[in-house]
Design a protein around this ligand. Structure first.
Ligand SMILES: Nc1ncnc2c1ncn2[C@@H]1O[C@H](COP(=O)(O)OP(=O)(O)O)[C@@H](O)[C@H]1O
Ligand SMILES: [Mg+2]
Length: 136
């Protein structure tokens, strides 16, 4: 029988919180039985998204959940902020697009790393939901 499912809710406000969120994502992945490459995928995705929160919104939240069931391992991460929002999401998802002189690889890279990627944004609420799933 699976154990009680886990949800972690973390505040994202300063660079240390990126490290904490990244580590929490990796640890939950490991605990659920994901391999090392998947742990690294999720940790990298979580760093990019939480970095964006700090850089573009100042602060926000990161929720990390076990969504495993009898057939599959699953971990879902929701990263959200109440900042200015992303006016053109399609453009923000393009490789190399950055409003801060960055690499512009965070969102498109994150999308490629995970199995499910959902983004919604308006002024006052930007939310990115990512999921990694593997068959047991
Ligand atoms: N949480 C956010 N709030 C507002 N704008 C964002 C957020 N995350 C990303 N963006 C916008 O999307 C662009 C692309 O993000 P990303 O792919 O991470 O590249 P980078 O951070 O290197 O610019 C950013 O330059 C920024 O304009
Ligand atoms: Mg970024």
């Amino acid at each position: 029988m699976p154990g009680p499912s886990t949800t972690e809710r973390l505040r994202v406000r300063d660079p240390n919180d990126i490290v904490t969120a990244r580590r929490a994502a990796r640890e939950l992945c490991a605990q659920l039985g994901f391999g090392n490459a998947d742990q690294t995928r999720l940790a990298t995705a979580v760093s990019e998204l939480t970095r964006n929160v700090i850089q573009y919104a100042g602060e926000g939240r990161c929720q990390i959940e076990d969504v495993s069931d009898a057939h599959s391992l699953g971990v879902r991460v929701t990263v959200e902020d109440q900042g200015p929002g992303i006016p053109d999401i399609e453009r923000a998802l393009r490789d190399g697009y950055s409003t801060s002189g960055g690499l512009g690889a965070g969102l498109p890279g994150t999308r490629r790393l995970v199995d499910h990627f959902e983004i919604s944004s308006r002024p006052g609420l930007t939310q990115v939901i990512i999921t990694l799933t593997r068959r047991r």
